[in-house]
Design a protein around this ligand. Structure first.
Ligand code: UDP
Ligand code: MG
Length: 317
């Protein structure tokens, strides 16, 4: 892989997904570059234009032509922030990678703090918002979604994570080995950085230009996709529901036997029907549960995830 070429290694890559951000880009660049120059290491800025239909591609081309530290990847159409970031990660050459939004909501002056923390030996450092911004439904939604994600996938993800973060190249390399077609990087980062994550408080500004690309239903859809993408636990629902209905069928059966005993055949007739319906329901649910078990196996196979990820090998040759 040419971009892993040792000679081309840089100390830092800044990865910026861009979708229709023409108003922000010039300001972003003039805020970012002095911060990076002050750090005093070699760096590159990798813009991934996610199929913008405004003037962003032209602005980025100009940036590229004027500054050799700037690289631009352009998608032919909009594939979404996850894919833009995925592509960017595959092209970053830095020992450390900072991911930051293009909309100026995350102030670049926090980058040295994120890097300092990363250098203490973490795989990922999250910029977490000091104070909450954004609409209430979104903040509550984030907490609820993170809770669900935590329960269903077993990964840690800070509630106030802002999408402004620092990764080391070990984590980037691991992430790049995952080939899922749909990807949710935040969970992948969290899952792979098991026990090696830290957080640094960062401020977050309100969006200055344009508006967020994520409205309520998109966020709901993302959460559902994320959970089904990452976890097959929802498939177990049929099994548990099957046990519940089978239990109810058992109780109804006992009641029917009791009525049969005390009141004779006619007294228990309705209860017998109820019992029959519950038994059929339970059989259906168990049949679904069996299919779910196979579907989750198929799902596991087609995802093309590496079955394990090695962090380090200590050996003598
Ligand atoms: N973005 C992208 N592709 C998209 C949507 C968004 O590359 O389809 C970029 C966007 O330009 C910004 C970042 O992802 O740099 C975060 O988007 P946004 O600010 O809309 O999200 P929010 O801050 O509301 O989470
Ligand atoms: Mg934003």
């Amino acid at each position: 892989m040419p971009d892993q070429d040792q000679a081309k290694r840089l100390a830092l890559s800044v990865l910026i997904p861009v979708y229709n951000e023409e108003e922000s880009l010039a300001e972003l660049r003039s805020e970012l570059i002095p911060v990076l120059e002050a750090i005093g290491c070699t760096f590159e800025i990798v813009f991934v234009d996610d199929g913008s239909r405004d003037d962003s591609p032209n602005i980025l081309r100009e940036f590229f032509e004027k500054d050799e530290r700037i690289r631009v990847i352009r998608f032919v159409r909009n594939f979404g922030q996850q894919m833009a970031t995925t592509a960017g990660l595959r092209h970053c050459r830095g020992k450390a990678v900072i991911i930051i939004d293009a909309d100026l909501q995350s102030p670049p002056h926090h980058i040295p703090e994120l890097l300092a923390k990363l250098n203490e030996g973490f795989d990922i450092v999250y910029g977490v918002r000091e104070e909450s911004t954004g609409p209430l439904y979104r903040r509550m939604g984030t907490v609820a979604a993170n809770y669900l994600i935590g329960r269903l996938t077993g990964v840690y993800y800070p509630d106030a994570a802002s999408g402004f973060l620092a990764l080391n190249d070990d984590l980037v390399r691991s992430v790049n080995r995952f080939n899922q077609k749909t990807r949710y990087l935040s969970t992948l980062f969290a899952w792979l950085s098991y026990g090696r994550h830290a957080a640094v408080p960062v401020s977050r500004r309100p969006r200055k230009y344009g508006q967020s690309h994520y409205q309520f239903w998109q966020l709901v859809r993302i959460t559902v996709n994320l959970i089904t993408n990452w976890s097959t636990r929802p498939l177990h629902f049929a099994l548990w529901a099957g046990f519940g209905v089978a239990g109810a069928a058992g109780l109804a059966l006992l009641r029917w036997l009791y009525l049969l005993w005390t009141e004779g055949w006619r007294g228990g007739e309705m209860t017998l029907y109820t019992t029959a319906i519950l038994v059929v329901g339970a059989v259906n649910l168990f049949a679904l549960a069996i299919m779910s078990a196979y579907i989750s196996r198929i799902y596991g196979e087609v995802r093309e995830n590496p079955p394990y990820v090695i962090g380090d090998i200590m050996e003598r040759d």
